[in-house]
Design a protein around this ligand. Structure first.
Ligand code: FCB
Length: 482
């Protein structure tokens, strides 16, 4: 992907039926990790590895969403959300990937019913990183057979929920569940093997394509995938090493995921870089046709851009792509040893991710221009972690998070004015929750969770988000339209 300059346009109003939502994921919020028949996912197992998760945190209780769905949906209503993006847990629906667990499916069935009763659209993701541990023990995503197992799980989930759920997302951020899990090792299953990570990428692609086709046959009308995409910007655009490094980051974060799905081919330059890691033996006849089955929407997750250098950097900055703990980490930049992420001096969140709202506009506009056959876009995650303080009045005056969210929504408006086909925005996250290897240290919620009492308090950022949603519903007089 390249960077075209963008004209400056005044913000357009986001008009209905733009979808306003917020997002969570099963492993991060549900808890009940071994209740009603659920068995270990790779994250339950990973949390038992000494040093894998900050403070030795685990997912047993998380924020107890499993038992508090009614209250959490009442909060969504208070915020005025149109949609709730959640994920189903494979290890709850098919524990150990054996038989279907009716109690597990019942939980999601009740969740969906309660959402619909509240007038909130259920936006379901099948895979937000929590593979049943039993499948990992058979090779996990390095095993091609896991793609077929995924289709069975998708089918079982659709059989129960397909009459009420319209929006089906196959995968959330396969970059993380392949590269962070199998090459960097800071995510479950914690492996550090470049060839294994490439196999995981291809097999997740295959699982996406096979499940898309199957769900379509079963009658699903809205099927998509969510990718985390970046703007990879060369630190010095006149330095060939920086330009090549940015090309590689763009290749491994964006194009290796987008292009098989949208264009039915792996990008030639990336395939060339990865010669020796076995892509040619992984890809079988017909795979790319399967993977490029048409989709109805693309979910875009975006938190920060990446300023990229091709020179080693001893400042310790890694662009926020490695670890939360002391655990030794590999690199996600397969076959690219000298990638580094110098700072461009922007403010940073508690994740050490830079704050640059205009990057979201750039990204959304580029996507439509560079991949004209893409379906409509939804921003399925955007948000920020900050160290919140509960004020004396009991409220959370999270001005930084509030500004982050509002500024990014402004940029979505600008992107739409520039012609990007963006149909919705989901803030990450509804609730403070289990932030993977960071455990409960990093708070992304627009609703605070007191981890001792499980009490929920809407933060100022949440109140402001609710006001913005309400304002967008006031249809302006024709004369006021841009
Ligand atoms: C994304 C994940 C989500 C959350 C946010 C902060 O990469 O999809 O689960 O952890 O980052």
């Amino acid at each position: 992907m390249t960077h075209a300059p963008q004209p400056t346009t005044r913000p357009a109003l986001i008009l209905p039926p733009f979808l306003w939502g917020s997002a969570t994921a099963a492993a991060q919020v549900e808890g009940a990790a071994h209740e009603d028949g659920k068995e270990d996912s790779i994250w339950d197992a990973f949390a038992r590895v000494p040093g894998a998760i900050a403070n030795g945190d685990d997912l047993e209780v998380a924020v107890d969403h499993y038992h508090r769905t009614a209250g959490d949906i009442a909060i969504m209503s208070e915020l005025g959300l149109d949609a709730y993006r959640f994920s189903t847990s494979w290890a709850r629906i098919k524990p150990d990937d054996r038989d279907v667990n009716p109690a597990g499916l019942d939980f999601y069935s009740r969740l969906v019913d309660q959402l619909l009763d509240a007038g909130i659209l259920p936006w379901l993701t099948l895979y937000h990183w929590d593979l049943p541990q039993a499948l990992e023990e058979q090779g996990g995503w390095t095993n091609r057979d896991t793609a077929l197992r995924f289709v069975d799980y998708a089918e079982a989930t659709y059989a129960t929920l397909g009459d009420r759920v319209q929006h089906w997302t196959t995968f959330n951020e396969p970059f993380c569940s392949s590269l962070l899990g199998y090459a960097v090792g800071v995510h479950a299953p914690g492996r550090r093997d470049e060839a294994a990570a490439l196999a995981a990428i291809h097999h997740q692609h295959l699982a996406h394509g096979l499940a898309t086709t199957r769900l379509r046959e079963l009658g699903a009308e809205q099927i998509g995938i969510t990718l985390n995409l970046t703007n990879a910007i060369p630190a010095d655009p006149t330095d060939p090493a920086d330009v090549d490094a940015a090309r590689r980051v763009d290749g491994i974060m964006n194009r290796i995921f987008l292009e098989p799905i949208v264009l039915g081919a792996y990008p030639a330059d990336v395939a060339h870089d990865l010669e020796g890691l076995g892509l040619d033996t992984l890809v079988r006849d017909g795979d790319l046709e399967t993977i490029s089955a048409p989709i109805d929407f693309l979910g875009v997750n975006h938190y920060h851009d990446d300023l990229v250098s091709g020179h080693p950097d001893d400042s310790g900055a890694d662009g926020g792509h490695s670890g939360a703990t002391e655990r030794e980490a590999g690199s996600p930049w397969l076959a690219s040893p000298d990638i580094s992420f110098p700072s461009r001096g922007l403010p940073r969140t508690a994740m050490d991710w830079e704050v640059h709202p205009a990057g979201l506009r750039t990204l959304l506009v580029r996507l439509g221009r560079e991949y004209p056959t893409l379906p409509p876009l939804y921003v399925t995650e955007n948000g920020a972690a900050y160290d919140d303080v509960v004020a004396e009045d009991g409220r959370i005056h999270d001005v930084d998070r509030d500004a982050f969210i509002q500024d990014h929504i402004d940029q979505v408006e600008l992107a739409i004015a520039d012609g990007a086909d963006v149909r919705g925005y989901f803030v990450w996250s509804l609730l403070d929750n289990f932030e993977w290897a960071y455990g409960y240290d990093k708070r992304f919620g627009i609703v605070r969770v007191d981890y001792d009492t499980q009490e929920r308090t809407i933060k100022d950022s949440g109140l402001a988000y609710a006001r913005r949603i309400a304002a967008s519903r006031v249809v302006p007089a024709v004369a006021e339209l841009p």
